[in-house]
Design a protein around this ligand. Structure first.
Ligand code: TPP
Ligand code: MG
Length: 411
């Protein structure tokens, strides 16, 4: 060994909090609301480096909407966003309980992240195609997808539109521009970019919105997607939801320590923004900006949404094993619903009474849909799709050997 050097060693990032030790959130590199500039949509990607490193925020801690990104966001959109976020949270709460009651095998909630899918869905057209992960159910809520269909999918019952072939929560709603959720993470990025390219090749005007988590950016599909998106200027919004965790793995392990995730987009020649994902106004404004770029053939935009996964990863996870159990209550970007509520109340467009009334109305809607869906069976009830359905939807024309197998089953 050469004595002039210390032995080589690797750096293994660690979270700044663990059970019993409060998180130091200064690693988030926050900036104040209203300070970020809003550039013209034809900005050169390299010129967005400051926006990819900083943090675009509109709502301050007092509920004021500040700065250039606050301009031109319609109040009607904010009220719609409020409803979509509330509906998502109420739906999630009830479905977690239903899972605990063994009516379904599995559930994943999006607690704390409701602004991101809702805000983007409201900035897109209904026929723009989203390639979501399992944590963007707020897109479905913002697009008013019938709840009975969704709950039948969760219950894997005889009316499950996906005929029991997908894990609960992996919805597929083509008519609502919601591409089939894949459990194989990061595929959303290559598929979204490919769909956007196809839209351009066809001379269409629809754009794509692709979704990935902080952890899944470590997959090679992420990098492949960035290359294709930037080379061909694909009409796509590349959403990276940085909720700080990939199950029990801290975001720094996927590369969020020395640079931001949005910073990687700039490195690939893609216009990139880092945005407060718990600020509905900022989410909508940034999404609308990115959608406009895509629609005008100015190419892709990457947006890193800084947020916090407030709940467990899934119903199979116990986060108190690897992070402080009360971590979310200290997360400096707060609760997206409380923040938008504070703003709307401040500008006279919402009230405590309306909040309670809308919450009660949405709760009743979810309960009614759940009751109806349960009539078609729950996991415990045994009403499942008929065995004959397993032969459907695989080939356009059923091959002879499958016809024979179906006959052998006598169905
Ligand atoms: C390709 C692939 N690798 C591993 C997994 C297992 N897995 C499921 S969720 C998950 C964590 C993903 O974390 P992140 O991308 O940050 O998304 P989040 O759950 O935080 O929304 C992992 C590793 C998977 N589904 N697909
Ligand atoms: Mg994550």
């Amino acid at each position: 060994m050469n004595q002039a050097y210390e032995p080589l060693r690797l750096h293994v990032p660690e979270p700044s909090g663990r059970p019993g030790c409060k998180t130091d959130f200064s690693y988030l590199r926050l900036t104040d609301a209203g300070l970020s500039r809003k550039p013209p949509i034809d900005i050169e990607p390299a010129e967005t480096a400051d926006l990819a490193k900083g943090l675009i925020r509109v709502l301050d801690d007092q509920g004021n909407a500040l700065g250039e990104w606050a301009e031109g966001v319609p109040v009607e959109i904010l009220r719609k966003g409020m409803r979509a976020m509330l509906k998502t949270r109420i739906y999630d709460n009830r479905m977690v309980v239903a899972q605990r009651q063994k009516k379904m095998s599995f559930y994943m909630q999006s607690l704390g992240e409701e602004a991101i899918g809702s805000g983007q869905a409201l900035a897109l057209n209904i026929d723009d195609m989203c390639f979501p992960t399992y944590r963007q159910q707020s897109i479905l809520m913002a697009r008013d997808v019938p709840l009975v269909d969704l709950i039948c999918q969760l219950l894997s019952n005889e009316r499950d539109p996906l005929k029991g072939r997908q894990l609960p929560i992996m919805y597929s709603v083509k008519d609502a521009g919601f591409f089939t959720i894949s459990g194989n993470l990061a595929t959303q990025f290559i598929q979204g970019v490919g769909w956007g390219m196809a839209s351009a090749i066809k001379g269409d005007t629809k754009i794509a919105s692709a979704w990935i988590g902080d952890g899944a950016t470590a997959e090679s599909d992420f990098h492949t997607a960035l290359t294709f998106a930037h080379v061909y200027r694909a009409p796509v919004i590349l959403n990276v939801v940085n909720n700080q965790w990939a199950i029990s793995t801290f975001q720094a392990i996927a590369g969020g320590e020395a640079t931001t995730f949005a910073g990687r987009g700039v490195g690939c020649g893609i216009a990139s923004l880092r945005v407060d994902g718990n600020d509905f106004v900022a989410v909508y404004a940034a999404s609308a900006w990115a959608a406009e770029r895509a629609r005008r053939n100015l190419g892709p935009t990457m947006i890193e949404w800084v947020t916090y996964r407030a709940g467990p990863h899934s119903t199979s996870d116990d986060p108190s094993k690897y992070r402080p159990a009360d971590d979310w209550s200290y997360f400096p970007l707060g609760d997206p619903i409380a923040r938008l509520k504070q703003h709307l109340v401040k500008i006279g467009q919402w009230s405590e009474e309306e909040h309670l009334a809308v919450s009660a109305e949405l709760e009743a809607e979810v309960i009614a849909a759940q009751k109806q869906a349960e009539q078609y069976g729950t996991l415990a009830g045994g009403q499942i799709p008929s065995a004959a359905t397993m032969f459907e939807d695989v080939y356009k024309e059923m091959p002879e050997h499958l016809k024979r197998q179906r006959q052998e089953l006598g169905i």
